[in-house]
Design a protein around this ligand. Structure first.
Ligand SMILES: Cc1cc2nc3c(=O)[nH]c(=O)nc-3n(C[C@H](O)[C@H](O)[C@H](O)COP(=O)(O)O)c2cc1C
Length: 403
């Protein structure tokens, strides 16, 4: 697999290798967005609308990407975002991806919807581990998992707020990629066309413990992916209200974040409820279709609450240049979802490390090119909206012209 990684010069290359390796149902589960994918595309389009106004008359040959988040220093302002079912991309995928993050000196966030139990990942992966929680209507079940995460040594807790209403992902239903998985001629044929994935992922699960399941779910919600023994399919998520934030705050003395906000009003509310940070996110375009791009929502959130708590961002980050733009707009760090997931799907730990290293080295290069020797040197004066400077000059020229 080393050669596939050697030939992957960017995240898009990794995505293409993953497309070949994974059954289509699984690939699309990761790759696609809700409904017409307006949010998904918008996340990338928004990045491209921002341009650098670089400063080159400076020596940036010595650069540092180091940053400190919630009292701990890390090699660069990147974090692996929580993504469910990583163990279906690669056998033991959560542990491998977490080890990759640890080896690069950045945090890894385990999703509630992981295949590996949270205790197992904590015991075997090492590094700075964060935990993401989907809150359930029976809050006592959520409180149990918070205590489990605390006991296992997770440092930061993230409450995801933008998935309380189930999203409409039609491709999952078309591919019969649902929980429980229902096999039909289409998805059976799809899986059989990927013998490498069957051998390296599914067979290993079957030999080592049976059909994979969402191991963190409370017993009442437990089901393996064939739905055997389930009392219900997937637990519904509850909304993150001020009451929920306050109850979680009382249980968790470490850094506590809310993920999935776009508005400064929500960010203020989160600060009022004692949160330590917010993650500006539209879930990578997977929940509300037509949601604004988080990179565009970011400046208003930073201006509203940046002095009270940490503002992080995700959704649509594929290049170091995208990360540099978010940092220049005031984000303290960027979470990466699909990028490390493609790496994991291609080559487990080595693949995830490759994906993260690509973005880190791109960020390093861009910082040098725009005139920033440190993360703190990135600021809004380095950015402009594509076309706006030209439009302003032309308009000024028009207004000076005599009639
Ligand atoms: C396959 C997949 C599964 C995800 N699962 C979760 C999850 O369990 N919890 C959560 O808070 N976010 C989840 N997300 C959203 C990510 O945490 C993150 O917000 C998003 O992927 C960022 O966008 P990006 O993929 O463009 O980097 C998931 C995203 C993907 C692609």
């Amino acid at each position: 697999m080393a050669s596939a990684l050697d030939r992957a010069y960017n995240i898009e290359d990794l995505r293409e290798v993953a497309r070949k390796r994974l059954p289509r149902g699984l690939f699309e589960f990761v790759d696609r967005g809700a409904e017409d994918e307006v949010s998904l595309r918008g996340n990338r389009e928004a990045m491209h609308r921002i341009a650098f106004r670089s400063r080159v008359l400076a020596d940036t040959s010595t650069r540092s990407l180091e940053t400190t988040l919630f009292g701990r220093s890390q090699s660069c302002p990147l974090i692996v975002a929580p993504t469910g079912a990583v163990g279906l991309m690669w056998y033991d995928g959560e542990v491998e991806a977490a080890r990759a993050a640890a080896s690069l000196g950045i945090p890894y966030t385990l999703s509630t919807a992981s295949i590996a139990p949270l205790e197992d990942v904590a015991a075997r992966a090492g590094g700075d581990l964060w935990f993401q929680l989907y809150v359930w209507p029976d809050l006592s079940l959520s409180e149990e998992i918070i205590l489990r995460a605390k006991a296992a040594g997770y440092r930061v807790l993230i409450l995801t707020a933008d998935a309380a209403v189930p999203s409409n992902r039609e491709y999952n239903r078309r591919n019969a990629f649902t929980v429980p998985i229902r096999f039909n001629s289409r998805n059976m044929f799809d899986v059989l066309r990927h013998p490498g994935w069957i051998a390296s992922v599914m067979l290993k699960h079957l030999i080592n413990g049976g059909v994979p399941e969402f191991a963190n779910l409370p017993q009442a919600y437990r089901s393996n992916l064939r739905g055997k023994g389930s009392t219900r399919l997937m637990p519904p998520n509850a909304p993150i209200t001020p009451e929920v934030m306050r109850r979680c705050r009382a249980l968790w003395d470490g850094p506590l974040l809310v993920k999935g906000l776009l508005s400064p009003e929500d960010a203020r509310l989160a600060a009022d409820c004692g949160m330590d940070g917010v993650i500006v996110s539209n879930h990578g375009g997977r929940t509300l279709d037509g949601a604004m791009a988080p990179i565009e929502a970011l400046p208003a959130v930073v201006d509203a609450v940046g002095h009270r708590l940490a503002v992080l961002v995700d959704s649509g980050f594929r290049r170091g240049a995208d990360v540099a733009k978010a940092l220049a707009l005031g984000a303290q760090a960027v979470l990466l979802g699909r990028a490390p997931l493609w790496g994991t799907a291609v080559a487990g730990e080595a693949g995830a490390r490759h994906a993260l290293s690509l973005i880190r080295s791109e960020l390093d290069r861009v910082m040098g090119q725009v005139g920033a020797a440190t993360i703190a040197d990135l600021n809004r004066s380095l950015l402009t909206l594509r076309g706006t400077s030209l439009a302003a000059s032309l308009e000024a020229a028009q207004s000076r012209r005599p009639d």
